[in-house]
Design a protein around this ligand. Structure first.
Ligand code: NAD
Length: 489
């Protein structure tokens, strides 16, 4: 296999190793700040304009035709080579990710490491596309096959940039499509480096990047007539606007959007250390900024006081600071807008509920330089309060009592979102029966998020949490069209 790099525009942080048409056109660049110390510039990204997107699209469309003509097995071999290539320099990219995104280093390591896994698993699945089904009847024969959908845009947010990007890129490539990625303005660096490594191991032009603003580079991709598929992960309102734009050229759109995951703790739940820590992790990982984090907890009234006390004690152990600090267990929020939005919600909540601010500052002297916020636990809050009904996407969690299971299910389902949920009980059969009544794409028992990043489990939301499913053949098939070829005997 020959190998070329094929990245449409790149960051200027360190030696990216790719000379791109966009960079050569002398486009303006924007800064990426460290959320733990906003006086530090981590790097820059190119502000791709519509003309750059046009050029990258034209190039990728041509490359995509040759890529789509390969068999699934052949594409699988390329993806296996890309998985090997992207396993290099993971430590360096993990540190870079924490510096631009804010999360603690182990979370960045998990994120960065997921790229090779997604490529390997999709490499194995690609061969399934070589199997055609044939139906014969008295009239003749029909061959049914999956063909690539066409040039695919993958548009991603800043919280888990590597995992979320590869959740779109790997199946789209396996399905035979060229892919153009638009990373988030707030975490474009580690993912661009990751994509450069992958692109360098694939045929030229098959994988490209157009960093830049959503309203410019993102919009140009979504409205481009040669882009046939958009895989979008981000906020629900952005998702709605993307569907409207994509409608003009009738593109296929897959959406992974916001969530407001409930956790229901039954009177039969075991409130031991493991449960409490698992729930703490489910709430505060990535400083509460994961679509599939627990965002509201309903506890049976008979256990409410005990739960609040134990959970608050565990939350009080959280150490907030720079994600690279060895003692830090929770990093800053990612950006100024996110911090302002969560702070405002916390302020509003104070007027009608009991907000307990917990945890401690790792390095109080650096506090004002970063987007830091201590974790909070909220009680005495009404079910209809904004902190309960909105997606807070930050380190503040409401805990509400319930009297009957019907009431808990009804409150859990009273949401425009339906991404995931969990039920906690020692009686697993009973919890499983309740889980079936929850309106969510994924429901967990005695855990939250288990396997949610596993390529062998479908992942996605119902209601306004999204359209379509990540992972496995479910995602690959969403990047294909079904073609029927019929002939007479
Ligand atoms: P966002 O919607 O603001 O931005 C996401 C991406 O869309 C960015 O790359 C942005 O530049 C781009 N964009 C913005 N406007 C655009 C437009 N008009 N056309 C094309 N692209 C455009 O979201 P965010 O603030 O980066 O991320 C937070 C949100 O993402 C939260 O709501 C969270 O729940 C959601 N999220 C969902 C999942 C999931 O799998 N369901 C995963 C992670 C994050």
């Amino acid at each position: 296999m020959s190998a070329n790099s094929a990245v449409g525009a790149t960051t200027d942080v360190a030696a990216a190793g790719v000379v791109s048409p966009a960079a050569a056109r002398d486009l303006p660049v924007a800064q990426v700040l460290n959320p733990a110390d906003t006086s530090a510039v981590v790097g820059h990204y190119v502000l791709s304009d519509a003309a750059t997107v046009d050029a990258v699209v034209a190039h990728a469309e041509t490359a995509g035709r040759a890529w789509g003509a390969l068999s699934g097995t052949e594409r699988g071999s390329w993806l296996t080579a890309a998985a090997k290539a992207v396993s290099a320099h993971e430590a360096e990219r993990s540190t870079l990710l924490t510096r631009e995104q804010g999360k603690v280093l182990w979370e960045s390591e998990v994120d960065v490491h997921s790229a090779a896994r997604a490529l390997r698993q999709n490499a194995e699945l690609a061969a399934h596309l070589d199997v055609e089904s044939v139906v014969r009847d008295g009239r003749g024969t029909t061959i049914m096959r999956r063909i690539p959908m066409g040039l695919t845009a993958v548009i991603v947010p800043w919280n888990y940039p590597v995992y979320l990007t590869l959740a779109g890129v790997a199946p789209a490539l396996a399905a035979g499509n060229a892919v153009i990625v638009k990373p988030s303005e707030f975490a474009p660096l580690a993912i661009t480096r990751t994509l450069e490594l992958i692109a360098a191991a694939l045929p030229e032009g098959v994988l490209s990047v157009v960093p830049g603003d959503g309203a410019v580079a993102g919009q140009a991709l979504v409205s481009h007539p040669l882009v046939r598929k958009v895989i979008f992960t981000g906020g629900t309102s952005t998702g709605r606007s993307i569907v409207k734009t994509a409608a003009n050229t009738l593109k296929s759109v897959s959406l992974e959007l916001g969530g407001n995951d409930p956790a229901i703790v039954l009177d039969s739940a075991q409130l031991d250390d493991r449960t409490i820590r698992e729930l703490r992790r489910s709430v505060f990982t990535c400083t509460g900024q994961i679509c599939i984090n627990v965002k509201r907890i309903y506890v049976h009234r008979s256990r409410h006081r005990e739960f609040v006390d134990k959970f608050s004690a565990a939350v009080d152990e959280i150490v907030v600071g720079d994600g690279l600090g060895p003692a830090t267990t929770m990093g800053p929020l990612n950006n100024a807008k996110q911090l302002a939005s969560v702070r405002e919600l916390a302020e509003q909540t104070r007027s009608h509920a009991d907000v307990r601010v917990l945890g401690r500052k790792n390095d109080p002297s650096s506090w004002d330089r970063g987007y830091f916020m201590l974790p909070s636990v909220v009680t005495g809050i009404a079910p209809g309060a904004p902190l309960v009904t909105r997606e807070q996407f930050g380190p503040i969690i409401p805990i509400l009592p319930f009297d009957t299971e019907d009431e808990a299910i009804s409150q859990a389902n009273d949401s425009e979102f339906g991404l995931a949920a969990s039920v906690w009980s020692e009686d697993v059969d009973h919890a499983l029966a309740l889980a079936r009544r929850v309106e969510a794409g994924s429901v967990f028992v005695n855990t939250h998020r288990m396997g949610s990043s596993d390529q062998s489990m479908p992942f996605g939301g119902i209601k306004q949490s999204g359209l379509g499913r990540n992972h496995g053949m479910w995602a690959i098939e969403e990047c294909t069209e079904l073609q029927a070829i019929s002939h007479r005997p």
